[in-house]
Write a protein that binds this ligand. Sequence first.
Ligand SMILES: [Zn+2]
Length: 247
Amino acid sequence: MPELVECQQCGRGVSSQAARRVAGKVVCPGCVALVKAAAKAEKAMAKRQKETEKTRRALQKAEERERLAEEREAERQRRWRAAAINASRPEPARATDDEQDGVVTGLGIASACLMGVGVFCPFISAPIFGTVSYVHGGKGDGMIVLAFAGLALLLTFTKRRLWLFLPGTLCMGLLLYSYLTVSSKLEEIKTNMAQELAGNPFAGIGKAFVDSVQLQWGWAVVALGGLLALIAGLRAAHLRATNSGKG
Ligand SMILES: [Zn+2]
């Protein structure tokens, strides 16, 4: 006795021997073609949907890319315009701390004045010769100090104030050099006179002459000028260092 099953497509009874299994369904022979066609159509539909979805996603991606590119371009133009506006605006001169500092300015000017004036003040006094200044009528080392004074003034009013240490140090070095030169010269004179006037009652004159040669206060004025320039340079350097440390 053949077993009867129900066709899952049309609902008619069909013997289990005649029934076919198509696309997960048990169907009668009459429905096989129909169910196969339906399954095929469904598959095709799914494939089309998948392709449509793929195309849609690709389009979306392309749109997103375009949008990003436009945003980047807009940002680039905005920056360019901002830069152009900034460039057209005159930039305020940015003074660093040492350029605004009144102490550095004061020290720079004072050092130049002291060096400039000091070289014309009494520098050395000697019997018979009298008193001479450091410039010594244009022949002395004071002429170089005058150049240092000019340099100090220039550095004070340009943006190179930490270089003030240079004329300051050179000025003091020159003073030391002049002092040593004069000392050795006097020592030479003393020795020569002692030899030439050996046994002469006037032999003591040379010693007396040399001993009465004296440095005058102009020396101190020039030295102070050099020292102030050095201090101004050091203070400017210190301000510059602390300023850059803040930034
Ligand atoms: Zn059927």
